[in-house]
Structures are given as C-alpha cells and as structure tokens.
Design a protein around this ligand. Structure first.
Ligand code: PLP
Length: 465
C-alpha cells in the first residue's frame, strides 16, 4: 500500500473540526433522549482524554471512573499491553476472517479462558454480552430438546429478544412481546425452582452469580443446590458472568466463590474486550457443543460474521495476560474489601445509608428511609415522586463537585453501584470515600443545593418528563 492510499480520510482533522457538535449530532441522529437526560442532570461534559481509571475534560480536570464503561474497562482505559497487542495485530496484516481456515488466535484465547474453568471444554466467540447469552440459550434449548428457560426476578442478561425474554424487569420487556417461553423465579427459592423443573420442559436456569441490578448475590449454597436440582431434572445451569467475570468480584469467575459450582455454560464479555474490541464468549461442556455441531452439515448452525476476529482475540489474550501479570484478581479482592469495609463503616454515621454490599470491586451502596423527622419528610417527598431519586441526588454531586463518575444501579432503586477498573488502589479508595462522605454530610444537613436539586428532579418526574 502506498502512502497515498491512506489519503482522503483524516480522523484527527474530522474531530478537530466537528468534535464540538457531539451533543447536537446525538440529538439529531441517535437516541435523542441521551443528550436530553445528560443535560438535565448536568452530565453533559466534554471529555477529551482518558488513561487508567481517570479521564480529563476540556479544562484539564481529572475525573475518577467508578463505572468502567459499564464494566468493559476492567483494565482501565488504554492499557499499554492491550494497545500494543492491537497495534501488533494491525501491523501483521493477517488473513483474518477468511471464514474457511482455522486461525490461531481464537484457539489460543479459548485455551487461555478454559484454563480458568477446567470443567468446561469449548468456547463460542461472538461480539457482545447479549450474544453470549443468546448463544447459551440456544445451546441449552438444543442440547436438552426443551423450550423453557428460567431466570431470576430483577435479572439483566442483555436486550436482544432472547436475552430480553430472561430479563427480570418489566420496564425493559413491556411492548416487545411475544418473547420466548420463560419464567421468572425468585433468586434463592429452591422450592419454586423444583416446582418449575417438575414440569419437565425446562432447558436451563440462567443466573448472574451477583445480580448487576441492585448488587444482590445469590444466597450461600443456592448455586450449588440449584445446580443439583437442575441436573437431577436434566436441565442446565447457565452462569451469566458478563459483568462478574474476568476478576471483577475477586475471583476469576464469581461462581467460583462457592465450591462445587460447575455451570454447564458460562457467558463472558465486557472486560475481555480490553475496552477496545467488542467480544462475547460462551464457554461450555463438550457434550453440549458436540450436540449442537453434531454433523458437518451443521458446522455453521450457530455462527457470527465477526466472531473470533483477530483484533478481538488479540485484545482478549492481552487482557488475560495483564490480569495475571498485574495480579488483578487479587487486587480486586483486596482493594474491593478495603473500599467496601470503609464504606460499611459509614452506615452508623449516616441514617440515610442503609447497607454496603458486594464482592471484590462490585459494590452496592443502598440508601433507605431515615429516622429523624426532618429528613424523613424530604425522603418521603422523593419516594412519592419516584423511587431512586435520592440515589440520583448522590450520583450528581459526586460528578459535579467531586468529579467521580458512578451510576444508580437500575431504575427505581435507591442503590449506587461501583464497578471501577480493577487497577484502582488506595488513592482511589481514599478519594471516593472522602467525596462520598462529603455528599452524605450535605444530604444529612437537610438543606442546601443537594435537596434543591432533589426538588428539581421531583418536578421533572411529576411533570411527566
Ligand atoms: C450480566 C449481564 N449480561 C449481559 C449483558 C449484556 O451485555 P451487552 O451489553 O454487551 O450486550 C450485561 C450488560 O450489562 C450484563 O450485565
């Protein structure tokens, strides 16, 4: 290729000339509610640059990222090892995606992933978390010859139609019916699980070992007992580790916190991407894959055009290598414990703070009804308008005043979820705890900007916006 062949498109120039239009472009051509929502809560920032657990705005101010792009930035942003792997793979000009050969990188990534789950044998690579779940649903239904999938109330497994069918929130499902034949069961309720299994039409239970919505963990012993019941009834256990996997909870996979849990299928995505190249992986037992791909005729019965592409595989291999070299699973455990315990110590100090829970660097901070009269009336005003507004009132000053990005952990929830990059350490814990304490001090003072903002939110909700 000559130098001239790269002329004509200049990304840097395009961004310099039109980057300033970002919010208007979204409003005009993409989901128009996003810029609207961001403006409403004052989140309409212009971020220019990012590295590790921080990004910087156009004025050069740093922001601490406690959201990691909904969990995809497990290594933080622009990890040099992942960057180098991507430069290398581009420079190698590989004959990728011929579709009629067996390139080495998918095999190597599968081998490396499976080393973390010795009871599993094979991997299907797709392009996202929802696709990893769709794959598991299809494989479970085909392997068992049964149609119905069980899922837990409040579950989140993605938003394409199959994974939407196992979504535990009406807000996501409403208006998209008919979905697949699926049934919600409460997480932890073994009797209910058994009743459903006795009907003989259940292919699998799909479950997040720790639910992203609200940060709720399966009760101790539940996954193992559920697995036994499922297997007794010839149904499968699918662990959705899209968010909890790759070290997030202080174990490589969250189901590994409990001994003897060996899911038949495990869904992985998010952090495996290195934050760069979308990827999904469904790990499973040999017999399941052998059944789905039972003859040469069926070789493409489940496939994806971009699945196993070299960039995604190179990024995944680099991520797993960094996880080991930097011992990030251990760091997630250690730093997560430090953060969780320091936040938990604040529960006695702040009456609006009810519980701090989670594992590793997946932490939920739950707010609840205060005891003192003055605060209670303010709390009740918010609750009457909409549940979740207080948590939003905390998230906003964390960003506005303390430059820390967090999120409310789902609609109508008074829970903030922290899922920072796994590379954070004590300085980030100190910064977060100091900022959070300052915001809680303001909230408990009962007046001021924070509650003014609360009233603004109430007006918007009541006004039907
Ligand atoms: C547990 C879980 N499963 C599946 C998904 C869907 O992943 P994606 O957004 O990549 O489709 C998510 C996304 O947040 C998730 O948290």
């Amino acid at each position: 290729m000559t130098a001239d062949a790269t002329k004509g498109f200049d990304l840097a120039r395009l961004l310099a000339e039109r980057g300033g239009e970002r919010y208007d472009l979204h409003a005009r051509h993409l989901n128009h509610q996003l810029p609207r929502m961001l403006r409403t809560i004052g989140f309409d920032k212009v971020y220019e640059r990012a590295e590790g657990a921080y990004f910087w705005d156009s004025e050069g101010q740093d922001y601490l990222d406690m959201l990691a792009g909904f969990g995809v930035m497990g290594l933080g942003r622009h990890h040099p090892v992942v960057r180098k792997a991507l430069h290398d793979v581009l420079d190698a000009s590989l004959a990728d995606l011929t579709r009629f050969d067996c390139p080495p990188l998918p095999g190597l990534l599968a081998e490396r992933l499976l080393a973390h789950t010795p009871h599993l044998d094979r991997v299907f690579f797709g392009n996202s978390g929802t696709e990893a779940v769709e794959t598991a649903l299809k494989f479970a239904r085909y392997a068992t010859g049964r149609p119905r999938v069980l899922f837990c109330t409040h579950a989140f497994h993605g938003l394409t139609v199959g994974s939407l069918s196992v979504n535990g929130e009406d807000g996501f499902r409403d208006g998209f019916a008919p979905l697949l034949p699926d049934t919600a069961i409460p997480m932890g309720d073994l009797e209910r699980l058994e009743r459903e299994l006795e009907r003989g039409d259940v292919a699998a239970l799909v479950i997040e070992p720790i639910q992203g919505k609200g940060v709720h963990e399966a009760p101790p012993g539940y996954l193992r007992a559920a697995q036994e019941l499922l297997h007794r009834h010839k149904a499968l256990l699918i662990a959705d580790e899209v968010q909890t996997g790759i070290g997030r909870t202080g174990a490589f996979f969250a189901h590994q916190h409990e001994s003897g849990v060996e899911p038949d299928l495990v869904c992985v995505a998010k952090a495996l991407s290195g934050g760069y190249v979308p990827v999904g992986a469904t790990l499973g037992k040999d017999w399941i894959f052998k059944k789905v791909y039972s003859s040469m005729d069926r070789v493409l019965v489940h496939s994806a055009s971009f699945g196993s592409n070299a960039q995604a595989m190179a990024a995944g291999l680099a991520v797993l290598s960094v996880m080991e070299d930097e011992q990030l699973v251990a760091n997630a455990h250690r730093t997560g414990e430090l953060l969780r315990s320091r936040l938990a110590a604040l529960v006695d100090r702040y009456e609006l703070l009810h519980e701090v829970r989670g594992r590793g660097l997946m932490i939920g901070i739950e707010f609840g009804r205060p005891k003192s009269l003055g605060l209670r009336s303010r709390w009740t005003m918010l609750q009457a308008a909409r549940k979740g507004l207080f948590a939003q009132m905390v998230v906003v000053p964390l960003l506005q005043r303390h430059r820390i990005l967090t999120q409310v952990s789902g609609d109508h929830l008074e829970v903030i979820k922290l899922i920072p990059p796994l590379i954070i350490g004590e300085p980030e814990v100190d910064r977060f705890v100091a900022a959070f304490s300052a915001v809680m001090d303001d909230a408990h003072a009962g007046g001021g900007l924070m509650w003014d903002f609360g009233r603004t939110l109430v007006k918007q909700v009541v006004g039907g916006r």
